[in-house]
Design a protein around this ligand. Sequence first.
Ligand code: CAA
Length: 408
Amino acid sequence: MSVGIEQLAVYVPPSVLSLDELAAARGVPPEKFREGLGVREMAIAPPCEDVVTLAASAGARALRASRVDPGDIGMLLVATETGVDHAKPVSIFVHELLGIGRQCRVYELKHACYAGTAALMSAADWVRAGGTRPRRALVIAADIARYAIGSPGEPTQGAGAVAMVIGREPWSLVLGEESGTYAGNVYDFWRPLGRREALVDGKYSVECYLEALAGAFRAYRTLERPALGTDEPLSGRLARFLYHTPFPKMAAKAHRRLLEIDWSGTTLAGDRLEEAIVASYRDAVAPGLEAVARVGNTYTASLYLCLAALLEREGPRLAGQRLGLFSYGSGCCAEFFTGLVPSGVAVQAGVAELLRERTTIDVATYERLVREGDSGGEPPPGFTGEFVFRGVRDERREYARLAPALAA
Ligand code: CAA
């Protein structure tokens, strides 16, 4: 039975900061951010947005695009590491805002940037377990990436959400049934209770990511069906590779590590190996990184932002081909899996339109928004979200849906 992503939709906040401007303000050469990290811009959430409104805006777009009645959603999973309460899940606020029915399994998942994949796999398993019953799940990955002002992590912030309708009519991506996993307790990136900004051992986190990639990818290679021949590279069967992308250069490092493993049984070596790696990155990875370079890190939504942007731009050209996807969550857990782009794929995830509609802010405004945090309030001019966070009253968070004229 085919199970996978029927439709997906994206939401990113409407304010954007140029990283050339941030580099100038921090006294850093702009090439360090542009080439050293591969980033160009980052999305900044206004005070009226938190992870609930990001998730709900993406969810509303996905439900509309798939023409699914909210009442037909039997499972709603929201994956995030930007939770708003220690007990009350983000997902139940989203459940109400989207008008999803009472007969629904609803919960929030957290495992750093891996939670979106945990949610996707749980939803796919739930759909498969239903046999011929027409089960549909809504999976939303949403995050606001925050590091301290002036820290090395600062240019790798961002914000956004991706919502995916999962079911037995996977018009966007048919999920493979096998996946390679890897887990281990490492302190590479974490956010102690009570802190808004993450703590990170940056260079070590890159090493942990690459080690987890090697573990998950090696595990997957043994599970591939039909089985790989002796020394046969898996990459020959995959048209594109999508990686969890905290910053685009990380995807370049990841692809290099993957190919070194995948091609270790071949005769490629020296200059020829180097040329082949550069060409593979150029053709099979770089075209999928345009959006993430302009939004920044969206933590658990990052891999799926890459997927949505790729399918929106190149879906029909990729029809009938397989993609390799790698998910990494600090701490850590990782998963490598594959998906087949079906014929007839027609994804309108809204990425190009959202990126076009954004308003540029300067560094002083960005710093003010960071200080204000998600304090609630009125939407700024040009706001494209459908939901706003009004603020906290009696220790309870309050949300509202905007009048349709304001919503995109
Ligand atoms: N021109 C061009 N490139 C330049 C340059 C210049 N003038 N100056 C420096 N660079 C290059 C460096 O050579 C380096 O490239 P390589 O890694 O290819 O060698 C790159 O710019 C980064 O520079 P630094 O090595 O000086 O590193 P940094 O102090 O800027 O920190 C970072 C980089 C560790 C990634 C930091 O941004 C960070 O901590 N980010 C947050 C953590 C993170 O994203 N980790 C990723 C793995 S964990 C994960 O994926 C989960 C998650 O989402 C957080």
